[in-house]
Design a protein around this ligand. Sequence first.
Ligand code: PEP
Ligand code: MG
Length: 588
Amino acid sequence: MKSPFSLSGIAVSQGIAIGRAYVITNTAMETLHYLVPEEGIEAEVGRLETALTSVREELALLRTALPEDAPAELGALMEVHAMILTDEMFSKEPFNIIRSRRYNAEWALMTQIEEMSAKFDSIADPYLRERKADLEQVAERIIKALTGVKVEKPVSVGSGDQVDLIVVAYNVSPADMLQFREPFFKGFVSGPGGQNSHAAIIARGTDVPAVFGLSETLPLIRQNDWLIVDADMGVVIVNPTPLILEQYRTKQAGQQKAKRRLSRLRKMASVTLDGTIIELLANIEFPEDCRTVVDNNADGVGLFRSEFLFMERSGGISRFPDEEEQFEAYRQAVALMEGRPVTIRTLDIGADKLLPSSEKTRILNPALGRRAIRYCLTEPDVFLTQLRAILRASAFGTVKLLLPMVTHGSEVDQALGFIEEAKTQLRSQGHLFDESIQVGAMIEVPAAVLALPMLTSRLDFLSIGTNDLIQYALAIDRVDPEVAHLYNPLHPAVLTMLRMTVDYAGKAGIPVSICGEMASDHQLTRLLLGLGIRQFSMHPGQLLKVKQEILLSDLAILTPKVDRILTLSEEKEIEMAVQDLHQEEMSI
Ligand code: PEP
Ligand code: MG
């Protein structure tokens, strides 16, 4: 019997998968290296040209053959891959290397890729650094075309019995991941890639347990090894003993049972024990996410992070989606929500999200820089284009406009001015839109909490973005692992700011929701209810768990307890009190 061992990586989704390893070998690593004789050079050049043509055709074919339910970013990504193919790094440099150094086509290509990879490794921006994977995926395709290797899906395994499989890949592309959506592919284990990689986004979107970031240790997994992918802990157990396997099967069965039980809550109204209705909304990144939102019977979309439509693009502002493309995306979300409201946040670019390349090197503290509304107000064409697209979508259902990272009243005034200008333009062009579209602001900067009248006097609603509010209140970079242990949603300063926002908005008669990660954490649901939150917006996968907490909560009991928590000044004391509150039995 093989000995068991475990590998630690990054959990990019949730759940447990158990199956046999289906290892997709790294073609690049197995590439032949040889010198081509002088007289064979033109033939070698021809071989590479043929491979490039066939990859171009393959990408075009893949694009047209995408299943209807494929995430939209896949189409865009294949366009990016097709573009990369026409770049000189593929269309010119490898040919020069064949001619000047007499390397065979595969070797020339890998030499070029290694040089490009080194350049990517030195990029500070984690999102852009991960785009190196796109280059490698294109190179991988060319090498497969050169060597005639295809990634074959196994139809059956072993004696013909269908066995659950876990895809183990050095560098699986999102397009390849779609090929592995058969029911017998239960999980993904991959080398490079973190939370920001496209493959991670697809794994989360398709609810497949996935652990990434195992570049160094991946070769330890052999074809057909038994694997447990624990995407809750970010661990892969290789060749587990029967006892470990049994324990995980029990845990997995428990998770599936809990999921089935939760699904019974789908149709139930979201009401507390004392009869208070709580609005449950969803956060989305792409319009297709609305299908899961509707499946979970949410009351609407509380946060459409529109920047994800822009982040799929490379090439700066000239490559941002134009008005028609954005309009189509927003309209699709509105249509899928069938009358339920869709809150579209304007471009929140900057910080850990894509920055125009000219700014990356110059900025020391991007989270404090020209981000979100600050960016939009200084790029009128980008802002107006987006506002027109959002307004046009408002003719097809209930749309609300949400402004990110607002700090000054003057920013709101300028943004409202742009909205008026967009409306005037649309009227003159005969476009329909909701004349009285509601406009709100994210509360994510402490200054906005301390100067709330500045916002409530100008706007229709507020939405608390706790992810940034905590980052800015506690002065902790939310993406820096070195200070992650200090990032505490239960810091007394954070709770005080939540209370201040809810109280003041209540007095001003302005609705306030919460859309940061705190809203998704069912262990904090009662705390937030007791703080007076009545609208929650979260990842669609968390909706039913939070609803379950709501159904078991009594506001008459909760409210005085949360008032008391607000008087505590020690983080540890608060944490314990919130835990007790979460675990307390409440029934009528
Ligand atoms: C937030 O800051 O809490 C928020 C919801 O916005 P994002 O996470 O997109 O910055
Ligand atoms: Mg934010």
